[in-house]
Design a protein around this ligand. Structure first.
Ligand code: SF4
Length: 503
C-alpha cells in the first residue's frame, strides 16, 4: 500500500461537473489528474443515492449516507487505515495540478505537520494534506458536531482549536486573493470561466502545471467577467424619504414608473436561466416595499432559486412583510434595513422625515421573528465617528448585525467624503463591471450603479433581454482591462467604488 490516500470529495456535487472540459467531463478530468500518479491511492467520497454521477467513476468509492464530516472521517480512519497522509481535493477541481499534491505532502513530512494547506492560490487549486495522526484526532473533534463534509470542513474543524495543531502553508508565488477566483467548476459562472480559459489556452487541457495556468490567469483579467453575479433591479421610481446623500438627487424628476408583474417575471426567469447563481437585489434607487406587489415579487425571486437581497428603509416593513421574510430561507433572503442614524434629529435633518421611530419599531419586530441575515445599516461620513459610536450603543443588542456603509459621493457629484479611503494603491479593472447589472424601472441599464442617469446607456432588458445587455456591457469591461491609466470614461476616473464587491 502506498502512504498517501487522495480523497476526492463528491459530496454536494452539482450537475455542472458533467459539463465538458475539453473532450471530457469536469469530473472525468479531475479523476484523470488525480489518478495520473502511481505514487498514491485515490478514493471517491460520494453520497449514497446521489444521481449526478454515473454508478462507476473509475475510482474506489466510499459511499456515505449523510453529508456529515464525522461519518466521512471515521470511515476513512476505520476502513482506510495505514496511510501516512490523507489529501483532500474537490471533484470539481478540473484545473488541479497533481504535482502540488506531492509538493504539499513533502512539506508536511519535512515540517512534521498535522496539516498543510495553500495560501494565495485560487480556490480549487491547492490540495489539503492531513496527517494520519490528525485524522484520528479530527474523528473525535467532529463527533457530535454538525459539520457538512464540504471543501472547508477540515479547516473549519481544525479552527475550533487552531493553536493545538502544527499547521504549515504553501504560499503561491503570485497572490490571487484579489481576483477572488474559484476554479472549482461548481456553478454556471465557473463553467463559463473554464471555457474562457480553455479558449485562451487550449494547451491547459494537457499541460496541468500551475505555472502555466497562473500565467494565463495573470495575463487575462478579462476572464473574471463571465455571468452577472449581482443584479440590482429597481421596482419603481419612488421613496418616502429624501436623503440628501441619496443618488436620487442626481436624477431628473421622472414620470413614475412601476414594474409590472409580467416584466418582473421575465427579468427573474431570464436571470435564473442565464445566471442561476446570481443574487437579485431590490431596489437600487427606490424603496422596494412601496411596490404594490413586492411580496409576490420576493416569492418569485426565491421560487426561481435566486438569492435575494432586499434593501429597505424599513418604513413599510409591516407585520405581513416581516412574516413573509421570517418564513424565507435566511441563506437566500438577505434583508438590509438602512436606518443610517440613531439620533431622531439627525435622521430628520439628513433624511427629510421624522419617521425614525416607525422604522426602528418595524426592524425590532423583524428581529423578533428572525435574526439570521438581517442587517442594520449605518452610514459612515467623514469624521463622523461619534454618530457611529452612538449607533452601536443604541443597537448593541444587535451589534453583530450592524453593517457600516461607506459614504458614496457618486463620483464626486455629491458633497463630502467617506470616513476612510480603502482604495488599493494599484488601480485594477472595476469589479462592478465584471459582476453587476443595474436595471432601472423602465428596463434601461446604464454602465453601473454609479451611473443612475444612464450616461453610458447599455440597453433595455425589457425589450432586448438581459443576456444581450450583459453582452453589450462587455465593451466597458474590455476598456477597463486594456486601459491601465484612465480605466474607462470620465465617471470611472474619479470613482472610488471600483474595488468594492457585492457577493
Ligand atoms: S469604476 Fe466606478 S464608474 Fe466606473 S464602472 Fe466601476 S463603479 Fe462604475
Amino acid at each position: 500500500m502506498k502512504k498517501v490516500l487522495v480523497v476526492v470529495n463528491a459530496v454536494g456535487v452539482t450537475p455542472v461537473v458533467c459539463q465538458e472540459f475539453s473532450r471530457r467531463t469536469v469530473w472525468e478530468e479531475t479523476i484523470r489528474r488525480v489518478a495520473s500518479s502511481a505514487d498514491y491511492d485515490a478514493l471517491l467520497v460520494r453520497l449514497a443515492g446521489e444521481g449526478v454521477l454515473p454508478p462507476e467513476c473509475g475510482l474506489p468509492e466510499l459511499r456515505v449516507s449523510g453529508n456529515g464530516s464525522h461519518a466521512v472521517l471515521t470511515a476513512l480512519s476505520g476502513d482506510h487505515p495505514g496511510y501516512d497522509w490523507y489529501v483532500f481535493v474537490s471533484l470539481s477541481s478540473a484545473f488541479l495540478d497533481p504535482s502540488l499534491i506531492g509538493h504539499f505532502v513533502q512539506v508536511g513530512e519535512r515540517q512534521l505537520a498535522h496539516y498543510v494547506y495553500g495560501e494565495h492560490f485560487p480556490r480549487g487549486m491547492a490540495p489539503e494534506v492531513l496527517s494520519a495522526e490528525a485524522l484520528t484526532i479530527l474523528c473525535g473533534v467532529s463527533s457530535g458536531r454538525d459539520f457538512p463534509f464540504s471543501d472547508e470542513a477540515i479547516f473549519d474543524l481544525m479552527g475550533l482549536d487552531i493553536n493545538s495543531w502544527d499547521i504549515e502553508m504553501v504560499v503561491s508565488e503570485h497572490d490571487f486573493r484579489r481576483m477572488r477566483l474559484d476554479l472549482r467548476v461548481m456553478t454556471s459562472e465557473a463553467a463559463a470561466r473554464m471555457r474562457s480559459l480553455l479558449t485562451l489556452d487550449p494547451g491547459l487541457a494537457d499541460d496541468w502545471s500551475w505555472e502555466r495556468l497562473s500565467l494565463v490567469l495573470r495575463s487575462h483579467p478579462e476572464i473574471l467577467r463571465t455571468l452577472p453575479a449581482y443584479v440590482e433591479f429597481d421596482l419603481l421610481d419612488t421613496c418616502q424619504l429624501a436623503c440628501r446623500f441619496c443618488p436620487r438627487t442626481l436624477l431628473l424628476p421622472a414620470a413614475e414608473r412601476v414594474v409590472s408583474l409580467d416584466e418582473a417575471r421575465r427579468v427573474i426567469d431570464e436571470l435564473a436561466r442565464f445566471a442561476p447563481g446570481a443574487t437579485l437585489a431590490l431596489s437600487p434607487f427606490s424603496e422596494p416595499l412601496l411596490h404594490p406587489e413586492c411580496g409576490t415579487i420576493i416569492r418569485m425571486v426565491l421560487d426561481a432559486g435566486l438569492r435575494l437581497v432586499l434593501e429597505t428603509n424599513g418604513l413599510a416593513l409591516d407585520q405581513g412583510m416581516a412574516a413573509l421574510l421570517a418564513a424565507a430561507d435566511p441563506e437566500r433572503c438577505i434583508v438590509i434595513v438602512s436606518l443610517d442614524f440613531s439620533d431622531p434629529v439627525r435622521y430628520e435633518n439628513e433624511k427629510g422625515s421624522g419617521l425614525l421611530g416607525l422604522a426602528e419599531e418595524n426592524l425590532r419586530r423583524l428581529f423578533s421573528l428572525r435574526q439570521r441575515n438581517v442587517w442594520l445599516q449605518a452610514i459612515q461620513f467623514e469624521q463622523d465617528d461619534a454618530a457611529l459610536d452612538a449607533f452601536y450603543e443604541k443597537w448593541k443588542e444587535y451589534a453583530d448585525a450592524i453593517l457600516p456603509r461607506k459614504y458614496n459621493t457618486w463620483c464626486h457629484r455629491l458633497p463630502g467624503n467617506p470616513a476612510v479611503d480603502l482604495s488599493p494603491l494599484v488601480r485594477t479593472p472595476c469589479w462592478h463591471l465584471a459582476r453587476d447589472l443595474v436595471i432601472r424601472p423602465d428596463g434601461s441599464v446604464g454602465m453601473c450603479k454609479q451611473d443612475p442617469e444612464g450616461r453610458v446607456f447599455s440597453g433595455n432588458v425589457f425589450s432586448e433581454g438581459l443576456a444581450a445587455v450583459w453582452q453589450r456591457l462587455d465593451e466597458q469591461w474590455q476598456r477597463h482591462c486594456g486601459d491601465e491609466v484612465s480605466r474607462g470614461d470620465d465617471l470611472c476616473r474619479v470613482c472610488d467604488e471600483w474595488h468594492t464587491f457585492n457577493f
